[in-house]
Design a binder for this molecule. Sequence first.
Ligand code: WQD
Length: 340
Amino acid sequence: MSKILVTGGTGFIGSHTVVELYNAGYEVIIIDDLSNSNPKILDQIEAIIGVKPEFVELDLCDEAKINEFADKHKDISGVIHFAAFKAVGESVQQPLKYYRNNFYSLINLINAFNSSLKLVFSSSCTVYGQPDVLPVTEEAPTKKAESPYGNTKQIAEEILQETCAVTPSLKVTSLRYFNPVGAHHTSLIGELPIGVPQNLVPFITQSAIGKRGPITVYGNDYNTPDGSAIRDYIHVVDLAKAHVAAIKRLESDKAESNYEVFNLGTGKGSTVLEVIDAFEKSTGEKLNYTIGPRRAGDIEQVWGDVTKSTEVLGWKAELGLEEMMSSAWKWEKYLKENPF
Ligand code: WQD
């Protein structure tokens, strides 16, 4: 059974990916520094798959520690690298914290495995900025990032592409996520935002459960059907399954190039008001919201062209907006009864 290292495996997307890797017959070992996640998630994963994944608390910025780990774990056949800081707003306030953490961890990881590695890298549609053409394909040009967080994703992709170009033993797949939302159908794992959620869907569920006040819709004067901004929301379980497909492709050695990029979205855009409407329809809960000014740094509209992921990865998102909303709501209700 192939053993996969998942860095950041106690996080939102990481934990769902650990579950799907097990479902696909892989063994998993998790590295996480627990700076932005809760170790209780390991028990929750065990409750879903019946096995407690091997876990090592480790900061990937500690070069000696990750080298020691790699020396001890020669049986790792692939790595999925989620571990990174990802709060857009915080990155603007603390750029050096973001550049140091997100680059040191990536470079240390590759060096620890002597650049002989099958690596799936967690990237983001944020690299496109506001695309000129929609839906946006992987061939679209990247644009100057709106935040240090987004810049770390762009530069990390360049680091990987340039290293792969001169390192045949390094095989990398960068996955550009659109907007991951929702939770596992068991409601045992889901998103655990720290403090006031910056992202739309966790704010919606916390507002609905009474933890927050009304939602502010950041702008309804965009050039979109209802004036609110458009994003391509994707169920976190669909996203997790795409990581299994990416690992399988790397193991198959089918790729002509040792560096590939894939969009992970549904190929469908939804406005903020449509998300609010879908939440109300799928849960029966009435939401309070007000229209506020646009949020600095937001783009107007983006959704992905996912043809390449479907034709090359053999993956396609299956879950729609209503299942994203109902699973997120069930998770919020679970948290109320079972606070972490
Ligand atoms: C979605 C839409 C907001 C909150 C960011 C990162 C991206 C990824 C996902 C890490 C926007 C609107 C939001 C609210 C609102 N992060 N909104 N009221 O900004 O598209 O993407 O998170 O990987 O890299 O850039 O996601 O959920 O913050 O916003 O109206 O209270 O909802 O303006 O149009 P975003 P989001």
